[in-house]
Write a protein that binds this ligand. Structure first.
Ligand code: 3HC
Ligand code: NAI
Length: 648
């Protein structure tokens, strides 16, 4: 039997149509059919004077049911449902709580009035799935809001708040108290329904053109962005033609490789914590200790504060503690300047923070995250202190990038409470968190790390212990292959250009220049003694460091930076030439496709090893890590998906 996802009941002369399709009221075929039936029933019933469209559960409609996108669309189609609502003989009002997204907002746009709770958000995120709206969003939206706002919503996919929606005319009212009452009250005042499509489109402005130009320049190969810009432009003209072309573009994009890849990563991101260890009850989590107040420690402390936790930072001495305090204050001030914190919230968050030089201050903390120098002896010292000062049961975490978390745990009396929490820089901004699980870790410690990641709004992935875990290990393979290419005849700007063309925002050499070449050099020197003689080793980066070319901060690295922007440098060509000669290799030329193949091949081989060794749970986890940690082009789905490797 077909599930009942749409119900209709009567409240006096007002009909209440309720969608109830957990978890997010996605518009499946049964919802579409239910809505169409409701339109017919309300039109046919002389008792009904007006209709309110509402949703059960935590949200209004989150869009079309993406799970149906792999198969041909089944009737009734969403554009027809929206058209039926718009053409209804009684006024329909959408009562929006939670999110009205994609097809959900398109349903609301077909209604004759819209009311939303103050916390609601409205958006057309189709572009993030490699699509454009397919049920009239690009045509109806610019008939309610200014052209540049419609463009921004359609081509970035970013939702707007109820307040912004009200100011722009996208909704008619916000509901101060009861949403349904507010919607009913609006519905009774509307009288003869006015179709949104009968309104004149917003005029094209200079701001629209400037925004379109900027969006196109940032598309980086993602086809849905220029398609979205064009669709909104058409939507600002004649509605019937624009609707036909919008639907055709939507269907074309739906079957594109890019949309397939973006849908893959959407579901992959929601699958990473489907692990038995994440499901046991977590330990308490209110106050956090952070050891080390440098780049990472300050970012981690700020992320915790911004999520409402209280934070005690421990540094080496009072001076370093004061510096750490200043760094965290700086990040909170930036958040205030960006409007993420009010003055009152800023004061409150700062008062929940202290930086000291005494581990005894962590006596009551529920969890400590260590972010001191990347040195096993230093980390052992810190964990011995944490073990001594923190209460039994408190979780001890390390933010190490490469070190063995099992060895770090061994410095404590209870290794079952030690875990890795590998944040990415800047920690208060980057979404990815690798939760590194050493052999002895307790399940509820893993669950506590998962609870922290949710609290911080991070996309977390579980990883096993190895040198570099998932992200850094695969990136090391990328860097190594890029070095081989230099030794064999390519140049840094050529390798970077090829990978930018593939869709990365930045090439690996430019990225190294930004991060600084000195830390990796120090690590290579430390590892030199244990490096097998048989391992191929490229000396070019060492030569750059010996010449003081530590990257952008030194004014020179893989590129020259005399004018600010990176510039190919003949001196680097000379250094590479010397290293090539010493290696005995005869340089040859490389085309961009070969460079891409070599680097992607190296990444995929390493990723397969990571999977085979059980360091990553699934190919999807690897894709999530590389897309969110190292900007692997999202529209390619991640290195495993791009290589055709999935769990399915
Ligand atoms: N279709 C099918 N399933 C969906 C879905 C959708 N549109 N949106 C969410 N889900 C599923 C998720 O996969 C997840 O399933 P799981 O529990 O089995 O893992 C479950 O609903 C809950 O989702 P989240 O974990 O993401 O819950 P959150 O509360 O964190 O977020 C949300 C809710 C903001 C609505 C978020 O899920 C989201 O952004 N959804 C996608 C919205 C979207 O892109 N809509 C446009 C769809 S395309 C469209 O409408 C085309 C139209 O123009 C024709
Ligand atoms: P950093 O050098 O900026 O900061 C380290 C801080 O630790 C300094 O402020 C130092 O005073 C403090 N410190 C050193 N010994 C201490 C001790 N015994 N007790 C208390 N404080 C002590 O280093 P960064 O970049 O913040 O890195 C920290 C850790 O995070 C390292 O393990 C690193 O590998 C890891 N990491 C770094 C990333 C990055 O991009 N910088 C990314 C992810 C992880």
């Amino acid at each position: 039997m077909r599930p009942m996802t749409v119900s209709l009941h009567h409240d006096g002369a007002c009909a209440i149509v309720t969608i109830d399709a957990p978890p997010v009221n996605a518009i499946s075929q049964t919802v579409r059919q239910g809505l169409l039936d409701a339109v017919a029933a309300c039109d046919a019933n002389p008792e009904v004077q007006s209709v309110v469209l509402t949703c059960a559960g935590r949200t209004f409609v989150a869009g079309a049911d993406i799970r149906e996108f792999g198969a041909p669309p089944q009737p009734p189609h969403l554009p027809d449902v929206v058209t039926a609502i718009e053409g209804a003989t009684k006024p329909w009002v959408a009562a929006i709580h939670g999110m009205a997204l994609g097809g959900g907002l398109e349903l609301a746009l077909g209604c004759h009035g819209r009311v939303a709770t103050a916390e609601a958000k409205l958006g057309l995120p189709e572009v993030t799935l490699g699509l454009i709206p397919g049920a009239g969003g690009t045509v109806r939206l610019p008939r309610l809001v200014p052209a540049e706002m419609a463009l921004d919503m359609v081509a970035t996919g970013k939702p707007v708040t109820a307040q912004a929606a009200l100011a722009a005319g996208l909704i008619d009212r916000t509901a101060d108290a009861d949403l349904l009452d507010a919607a009913k009250s609006l519905a009774t005042t509307l009288g003869q329904p006015t179709p949104t499509l009968s309104r004149a489109p917003a005029p094209i402005t200079e701001a629209f053109e400037a925004k379109a130009k900027s969006l196109l320049s940032k598309a980086r190969g993602q086809l849905s962005i220029p398609e979205a810009v064009e669709a909104v432009r058409r939507g600002l003209g004649s509605a019937p033609e624009a609707l036909v072309e919008e639907r055709a573009a939507f269907l074309r994009l739906k079957s594109s490789d890019q949309s397939g890849a973006l849908r893959h990563i959407f579901f992959a991101e929601r699958s990473t914590l489907k692990d038995a260890r994440a499901k046991v009850p977590p330990r308490p989590l209110q106050s956090v200790g952070v050891v080390g107040g440098g780049t990472m420690g300050a970012g981690i402390a700020a992320a915790c504060l911004l999520s409402g936790l209280s934070v005690t930072m421990v540094e080496r001495d009072a001076e370093a503690a004061a510096l750490g305090h200043t760094r965290v204050e700086g990040i909170l001030s930036q958040s205030r300047a960006r409007g993420l914190l009010s003055d009152g919230q800023y004061d409150d968050r700062l008062s929940a923070f202290r930086a000291v030089a005494d581990y005894a201050a962590l006596g009551e903390a529920d969890l400590a995250i260590e972010a001191v120098f990347e040195d096993l002896d230093v980390k052992h010292g810190v964990f011995a202190q944490l073990d001594r000062h923190m209460r039994a049961g408190a979780v001890l975490a390390t933010n190490t990038s490469y070190l063995d978390v099992d060895q770090i745990a061994a410095a404590t009396r209870d290794p079952s409470r030690v875990i890795g929490l590998h944040f990415f820089s800047p920690a208060h901004i980057m979404k990815l968190l690798e939760i590194v699980t050493p052999a002895a870790v307790a399940d509820d410690v893993v669950a506590t790390a998962v609870a922290l990641s949710k609290r911080l709004g991070k996309t977390a992935v579980l990883a096993g212990v190895c040198d570099g875990f998932v992200a850094n290990r695969i990136m090391t393979a990328y860097r190594r292959e890029a070095d081989y290419l230099l030794e064999e005849g390519a140049l840094p700007w050529q390798v970077d250009g090829a990978m930018r063309d593939y869709g990365f925002p930045m090439g690996v050499f430019q990225m190294q220049d930004l991060a600084g070449l000195d830390i990796a050099w120090a690590m290579r020197k430390r590892r030199a003694a244990t490096r097998p003689d048989t391992e191929r080793y490229v000396t070019i980066a060492d030569s750059l460091c010996k010449a003081g070319r530590f990257g952008r901060k030194a004014g020179a690295g893989w590129y020259a930076y005399d004018g600010g922007a990176p510039r190919p440098d003949p001196e680097v060509v000379r250094i590479i030439g010397t290293a090539r000669a010493a290696s005995g290799r005869t340089p040859r030329t490389f085309g961009d496709p070969e460079i891409m193949d070599r680097i992607l091949g190296a990444m995929t081989r390493e990723a397969q090893a990571v999977l085979a060794e059980g360091i990553a749970r699934t190919p999807e986890d690897i894709d999530v890590v590389m897309v969110n940690g190292f900007s692997f082009p999202r529209w390619r789905g991640g290195p495993m998906y791009a290589a055709g490797i999935t769990s399915a």
